[in-house]
Structure formats: C-alpha cells, structure tokens
Design a protein around this ligand. Structure first.
Ligand code: NCD
Length: 307
C-alpha cells in the first residue's frame, strides 16, 4: 500500500510497489480519459525552493489532468520563507491546507526533514546534489518502455556524476535489478561520490568501471544517460568553465554506438548533446520528459490512495 507514504529516497518503495506504479502509468498512457476525475477535490502543493521546468510543470500538469488542484511557489521569496520561517512551520502550515506536497530544496535532506512534520505525503522533487527519486521513476518508466525490462543492461552515465542527483538516484534504483553493469564516464574532478561506491556499487558487488573518455566505451552501452555539469553546485566559476564542455554527444560519436542504444537525459541540456542528435531514433529524452508526467500522475494517485 502506498497510501499516505512519503517518497524521499529511490529505495523507499519495494520492487513490487514500483511495478504497480509502472502498470498504472501504462494504463494512464493508454486511456488517459478514464482517469480525468480521479483526484477531484484534492490539492497538491509544489514548494520549489530551487529552479525547475519539467519537474514542477509535470507535477502540476499531472494533478490538473487528474482533476485535482494545485497551489505553491516556484520562488521561495514570495512566501514567508523570506521572513525566516522554518521548514517545520512551513510544512505544518501547508500540510493543513493540502493533501500532498512536492518539495524541491537546495539542501540535502530537506524533504526528509520536512516529512517528520508533515501530516500529508511529502515527495522529494530534488534535494541539492543528493537524490531525485521522481526523476528516477521517470527514467525507469522510460527504460521499461524502450527496453522492455530492467535486467541485463550496460548503463553509461556521463557528465557530472559528482553533483548530479539524478545519477545518484538512478544508480540506487537500477542496482536492485539483475545483471546491471554501470560505466561511469566523467572528468576526474566530477567522479561519483564515495558513498555511492561504498554503499551501493561495492556494497552490492555491482560490476562497474570508471573512465574519462566516452568514445572508449560508447560501443558497449545499452543506455547512455547524459547529464549537464551542475553549475549551481560549483564553488568556483573557473572550475565550471573548465569542465562544462567535457562531453558533447554528436552524430560522429554515435557512429560508434550500438544500433539499439537508448540515449536518455533528465534535461535541461546545456551543450552536452548536439541538436543534430535529436533526429536520431536512439534519442529518447523527449519521450522521457512525457513519461515524467504520466509516472507523476500514477504516483500522486497511489499516495493519495485513490487508485
Ligand atoms: C534535473 C535536476 O533538477 O536535478 N532536472 C530535472 O529535474 N529534470 C537535472 C539537472 O538539473 O541537470
């Protein structure tokens, strides 16, 4: 039962619970009309303390498409946060008005902290450089739709693996499936955090390799997950400028890849995938962003207990 639960970490739900979400998302994709009134009378709050396009819009569109209503802020400056209100007080307040809350915050752990005080489900919509579980649900639904299953895949993760929260969450989630191999492609300075290596990769004895050059490994990949260098998490602008164009996926590099490679990207892209790649049948990132709305429709329905 997912009713009344929070979603803070990609491992909060069992594999069976995830399957039930994917099945519901699939039914919604096939016949959206029959889900139009599911959330009548329910309210979602989106509390976004950090910028967002896809995550916030897809949450809000998801709730509206289910017949529910949405309140919230995309600029904490327009709320009492500016007056110095604490997370517990903001959450107790908003939780008295709405049925479910999606929260994005620059501080790692903020949504978890909020969940201790919330009378309604809290969904982590991204906490600093830590985790982004609903992007992972999006990524998993995309993988399921394009590959058919979650096992026996070699997944390349390329770009900013240090600060990229979507990467951390995806590794956590995919490491629960059979025979997964990760190829971690990043500049030396932007390698995956140690805790991901010790707790997850080494902890679960998962096969992985760390490399710096995409060209060296692209032919071995079933999925290539590109990410942007996370400018807002750098302490030093000069380092960002030096590293920002470390990888640019273009038609030339793709000549080396498998015919059935799937290219994913959580978006926004900055420069790491050339626009010419958009025409390649292996580019899945525009489908991926649509799946993001459908999986959030499924998630909201399950947490509210209306499905
Ligand atoms: C990601 C994020 O916010 O972490 N975007 C998203 O939610 N789709 C990726 C990013 O900002 O690079």
């Amino acid at each position: 039962m997912l009713k009344g639960r929070h979603l803070i970490d990609p491992e909060d739900f069992s594999l069976e619970e995830l399957d039930s979400l994917f099945a519901l998302a699939d039914s919604i994709i096939k016949d959206e009309d029959s889900f139009r009134n599911l959330c009548n009378g329910k309210i979602l709050a989106t509390l976004f303390y950090e910028p967002s396009t896809r995550t916030r819009f897809s949450f809000e569109a998801a709730m509206l498409r289910l017949g529910g209503q949405v309140v919230g802020f995309s600029e904490p400056g327009s709320s009492s946060v500016m007056k110095g209100e604490s997370i517990p007080d903001t959450i107790r307040t908003v939780g008295s008005y709405v049925d479910i809350i999606a929260m994005r915050h620059p501080k790692e752990g903020a949504p978890k902290y909020a969940s201790y005080y919330s009378p309604v489900p809290i969904i982590n919509a991204g906490d600093g450089g830590h985790q982004h579980p609903t992007q992972t649900l999006t990524d998993l639904l995309t993988i399921k739709e394009v590959k058919g299953n979650f096992s026996n895949l070699t997944i390349g993760l390329c770009g900013d693996l240090k600060f990229g929260r979507t990467v951390h969450s995806l590794i956590k989630a995919m490491s629960r499936y059979e025979n997964i191999k990760f190829v971690l492609i990043s500049p030396n300075e932007l390698r995956i955090p140690k805790y991901i290596k010790t707790e997850i990769l080494d902890g679960k004895a998962i096969d992985y390799a760390e490399v710096e050059r995409l060209e060296e490994v692209i032919d071995s990949l079933d999925i290539l997950y590109m990410t942007r260098v996370q400018k807002e998490r750098f302490f030093n602008e000069a380092d960002y400028i030096r590293l920002k164009d470390s990888y640019i996926l273009d038609r030339e590099k793709l000549k080396l890849a498998k015919k059935d490679l799937s290219i994913l990207h959580p978006l926004p892209r900055v420069n790491e995938i050339s626009y010419e790649v958009d025409e390649d049948p292996r580019a899945c990132y525009f489908d991926q962003l649509k799946y993001g709305m459908y999986i959030r429709m499924a998630l909201i329905s399950k947490l509210l207990g209306v499905m």
